[in-house]
Design a protein around this ligand. Structure first.
Ligand code: ADP
Length: 160
């Protein structure tokens, strides 16, 4: 069985992430979407909330499984026998950061974990979880950024 993992913070999941999930799910027998605890980022949603939101927006894609992990991606991949990581690329600005992570993962996994990059669909090229949070914090419209059920949860974090 060909499996891949799509790791990220997903704080919160956006249409950009969902687009990558739908496209990657067509390429593999199983796609594991994994919320990784990221020390460098302070998050709005708990890991459990992010997992629940991802489960909600992927419930109609049967070969997608949602999970979470505190630790290195390569360790999760090794234990679960996964050899492909999926990452999304929006603009050139993503490239250097993503290239560095991909090469580090390849090195640390002794060659066992490769990264496949999917380029963003153009309508989501400027969409990020950070911009969703910023817009919502000022009461702005995020309906073009996240599904309605997710938007409700984001607004609930910024009572006005
Ligand atoms: P990170 O994993 O760096 O904490 P995210 O959870 O926001 O960041 O993103 C997870 C992955 O999804 C990254 O590879 C990121 O480049 C990609 N991604 C985020 N937003 C989009 C988008 N709008 N279009 C395509 N890919 C995206």
């Amino acid at each position: 069985m060909k499996s891949a993992i799509y790791p990220g913070s997903f704080d919160p999941v956006t249409f950009g992430h969902i687009d990558i999930i739908e496209r990657a799910a067509c390429m593999f027998d199983e796609l594991r979407v994994c919320v990784l605890y990221n020390k460098a980022k302070s998050s709005l949603f708990s890991v459990e909330e992010r997992v629940r939101m991802l489960q909600k927006v992927t419930e109609n894609i049967p070969n997608v499984k949602v999970d979470s992990f505190t630790g290195l991606l390569i360790d999760y991949a090794r234990v679960n026998d996964i050899h492909v990581a999926i990452r999304g690329l929006r603009a050139v600005t993503d490239f250097e950061y993503e290239l560095q992570i991909a090469q580090t993962n390849k090195l640390l996994s002794a060659g066992s974990l490769d990264t496949i990059f999917l380029t963003t669909s153009l309508q989501y090229a400027y969409l990020s979880s950070s911009s969703v949070k910023e817009i919502a914090s000022f009461g702005g419209d995020i309906s073009q950024c996240v599904p309605e059920s997710i938007a409700r949860e984001v607004y609930a974090k910024y009572p006005r």
